[in-house]
Each structure stands twice: as structure tokens, then as C-alpha cells.
Design a protein. Structure first.
Length: 139
């Protein structure tokens, strides 16, 4: 299966406090045509400092059908991704890693190519103007 450009977004929150609002947004993104959640995984560390992933469908206290949460998991977030994400947060904090596909770029790529052009880079700039810093550039 071919994907458009992918972006790994990491959100942190106190362990065991993934809110219903975050869950609802993930489901809504699943219905948007321009962007799609390809994979979602909670990253935790154990008492020895080892990192591991927990599928949303395996989290206790979830509202809604577990099958809906299972659809957000594809297994594309790797063990090395889990280790990198775990290094971003402390032991008292969980992280939600969300792999997003930018489908809208595929719609743009065709007309750009027809104009003898190409998409040179996608740069993610988080936060408000004036507080922005570049996280990743994909070519």
C-alpha cells in the first residue's frame, strides 16, 4: 500500500490520563480525507527504564468499542520509534505517538508534476508564529 508523506506526532500526558477529547480527535481524523491516522500507540516506560508500546485498544477504562481503537493501529510505529519517543518524556509521563498520512500532498503532487515541478520539502513548524521551531524536514 502506497502512502502519502508520513509524520510522527508525539503528545505527552500524565500516565493513565489520556482524555476522551484526544480519543475523539483521533477518530475524527480517521474521517477526514486530507489527513489520516495510520498508526497510534501509547508509549510507556517500565521501572527498569525500558520503553514499550501499548495499543489504544488495550488501555483500561476506555469508552467506546475496542474494535474502533484497534482500527487506529497498524504496527508501522517501530521499536526504534518507541525508544525515540520514550526518550522525549519522563518516567511519570506517557506519550501518544500518532503516525499521520498527509493525503492532500498526493492531490497536489499531480498538478505540480504536470507543471514540470516537484515538491521539494515538507517542513513541520509546531506552535504559534514567533514560537516556532523546525522539527523535521522530509524530502
Amino acid at each position: 500500500m502506497a502512502f502519502g508523506p508520513l509524520e510522527l506526532m508525539v503528545l505527552s500526558f500524565p500516565a493513565e490520563h489520556l482524555s476522551d477529547g484526544v480519543r475523539a480527535t483521533l477518530f475524527r481524523l480517521g474521517e477526514v480525507e486530507e489527513m489520516r491516522v495510520v498508526d497510534a500507540l501509547v508509549v510507556r516506560t517500565d521501572s527498569a527504564g525500558g520503553a514499550f508500546g501499548v495499543e489504544l485498544s488495550e488501555l483500561p477504562g476506555l469508552r467506546g468499542e475496542r474494535a474502533d481503537y484497534a482500527r487506529l493501529a497498524s504496527g508501522l510505529i517501530t521499536e526504534s520509534d518507541i525508544d525515540e519517543v520514550a526518550a522525549m518524556v519522563d518516567d511519570e509521563t506517557d506519550a501518544l505517538a500518532v503516525l499521520l498520512e498527509h493525503r492532500w500532498v498526493n492531490d497536489l503532487a499531480g498538478p505540480v508534476a504536470e507543471s514540470s515541478g516537484s515538491i521539494v520539502a515538507l517542513t513541520h513548524i509546531p506552535g504559534a508564529p514567533g514560537h516556532a521551531r523546525v522539527l523535521t524536514t522530509t524530502r
